[in-house]
Design a protein. Sequence first.
Length: 132
Amino acid sequence: EISACLVGSEMCIRDSSQADHIVAMGENAEQYGSIREAVAHYARAVELAPDHAKPYFKLGKALRRVDDKDRAAIEHLRTAVTRAPRTLEFRLELAYAYEANGLNRNANREFLAAQRIDGTNEDAKSGVKRTR
C-alpha cells in the first residue's frame, strides 16, 4: 500500500510494505538480542508509515526493554493505541508501561479497556486488581 503525504513543499511517498519489511528487520534484531538496532529499525518504520499502529507499538515496546521507565515508550504506545484502539496487545503493553512508571490510574484505565476487548484475559483482570 502506498500513500502520498505533503511535507513542507515536498511530496513524499510512504510505502507501508517497506515499513513492514523494516519492522521485520527489527524483530529479527530483537531475536538476536540487538535491542538498540531493533529500536533504530522501528523508528525508521514509524517515519515510513506514520499512520500505521504496529511500528509505534514495536518501537514503544523495544524502548521499554532498553529502559522500563522510558517516557518516550509511553508516547509511542499511546500512538499505537490511538491508531488501533481494539488491539488487546497494544492496550496491555501501554498499561504495563504506565504501571512501570507509577501511573496506576492510567494503567487501570488501559487494563479496563483491555478487559472490555477480551473479558477472559487474565493479564487484564489481574492488572485491574493491581492498579486499583
